[in-house]
Write a protein that binds this ligand. Structure first.
Ligand code: GCU
Length: 423
């Protein structure tokens, strides 16, 4: 009897267009997207219309910034953590002699506490005098997951890992196609995000994260959490990169996939040294518009990952229609620097259309700057990129960051930086 009841419930759910997979009430049906009104990008809270860059920068931008700090990601504390850097391994003839590889240990200290994180760095041996442009981004599974090279040291977080399978090498090498990046004349710096804040489902990890080192005076609801801390980590990597003779510090790009795409956006918004900000399949709480309630929702992301966003964000669970801001406004904060958003056709959970529309609705701010964002409300064809001052593509396939995506990021950055080969 119980089995028959379950079958009936599942059948009914399917007929109603509701996804059944442990993730209940997920809407994947475009016709069920609620009628929503996006909060105005260029109207201040007091009703003043923004028509100039100055008004945007002095009034509206800070208002939007304040909302995302106090109600979404949490406030980044002002204090400083001391960081020491030590090159712990070096190979001047990496990747067939085309690159130098360095492994740099970051030691963070504050208030008698210490934390270590390891950066894996590749820079091209042949590069202009001004230095190479640099991609900065986290990896999910340790530096050793980005390549088969046995010389790559395990990220400090993995010292605590007992599951042997997590120590196998190169399992996510497609996500960091270093050879291609180097051949195109770029450098790359990656670090395991667990080194900065160990991530777990349903919370946890704070006790071994950088959060311990930087006390906050923010109210409970707006305290920073993991996304804020990871974004802070991106900026600390940028501090180091800026000082390297091989790096062009005017050409630093922050890139992230999925949860790290959310991080790349928040890091890019706060730290203007990032000249290109790349969000790959970042979904809910990243590029996707929350008010579409398509795929992952605020309820779902804040329930499964209660330690990612600040506590205030939870008040919008099932209240997306009341949300006074939306993610297109976050994307607009990147202007006048360059923004690239990418999606994948099968990644419905991240709402590809919502990611596109968000970048489209951010575009009026680019126009204020005399730049060109996305001009059409229609998404481009699968595999066909739009590359204005804002870029976008949707790739065929699953939730992932692939060499196909990287090709587009390289082309976009070539264009932004006026490099030969830029399309
Ligand atoms: C989950 C989560 C997403 C996140 C993704 C990832 O699917 O719900 O919000 O982007 O993990 O980081 O892989």
């Amino acid at each position: 009897m119980k089995k028959i009841c379950t079958a009936v419930v599942i059948l009914l759910a399917l007929l109603c267009g509701v996804e059944v997979s442990g993730k209940s009430n997920v809407n994947y049906d475009e016709t069920k997207v609620p009628d929503y009104v996006l909060p105005e990008l260029l109207t201040c809270k007091d009703g003043t219309k923004v028509t100039t860059v100055q008004e945007w920068e002095q009034h509206r931008r800070p208002e939007i910034m304040e909302f995302f700090s106090k109600s979404v990601y949490g406030e980044t504390p002002n204090g400083e953590i001391k960081v020491k850097y030590k090159v712990v391994a070096k190979n001047k003839k990496a990747l067939g002699g085309k690159a130098t590889m360095q492994q740099v240990m970051f030691t963070f200290t504050a208030g008698g506490k210490k934390q270590k994180a390891l950066a894996l760095v590749y820079f091209p041996n042949s590069r202009p005098k001004s230095g190479a442009p640099v991609f900065i981004g986290y990896n999910f599974k340790g530096n050793h997951s980005t390549s088969e090279d046995p010389k790559i040291l395990y990220s400090p977080y993995f010292k605590t890992v007992t599951d042997e399978s997590l120590l196998s090498r190169g399992v996510q090498s497609g996500r960091w196609p270093m050879e291609k990046i180097i051949e195109r004349g770029y450098a790359a710096v990656t670090m395991c995000y667990h080194d900065i804040y160990p991530d777990k489902k349903r919370g946890g990890g704070a006790e071994r994260s950088l959060i311990r080192l930087l006390p906050t005076t923010a109210d409970e609801g707006s305290r920073w959490q993991a996304i804020g801390v990871w974004a802070y980590g991106m900026s600390r990597i940028a501090d180091w990169v800026e000082k390297q003779p091989w790096a062009n510090k005017e050409q630093m790009c922050v890139v992230g996939h999925s949860r790290q795409g959310k991080v790349a956006l928040w890091a890019g918004v706060q730290d203007e040294r990032f000249k290109v900000v790349i969000s790959n399949d970042s979904g809910c709480g990243g590029a996707a518009l929350s008010k579409r309630e398509f795929g992952e929702t605020i309820r779902s992301v804040t329930k499964t990952f209660p330690h990612w966003f600040c506590k205030n964000f939870k008040q919008y669970r099932d209240r997306e229609s009341e949300l006074p801001f939306d993610q297109h406004q976050l994307l607009a904060l990147v202007a006048p620097r360059h923004l690239y958003v990418a999606s994948a056709t099968l990644d419905k959970w991240a709402d590809p259309k919502g990611e596109y529309l968000s970048a489209f609705y951010a575009s009026p701010v680019y126009k204020l700057y005399g730049m060109v964002g996305l001009e059409s409300e229609q998404m481009p064809k699968t595999g066909k990129a739009v590359m204005n001052d804002v870029g976008y593509h949707i790739r065929k396939g699953k939730h992932n960051i692939t060499p196909f995506d990287w090709n587009h990021y390289l082309n976009f950055c070539d264009k932004v930086f006026g490099r030969k080969g830029g399309k």
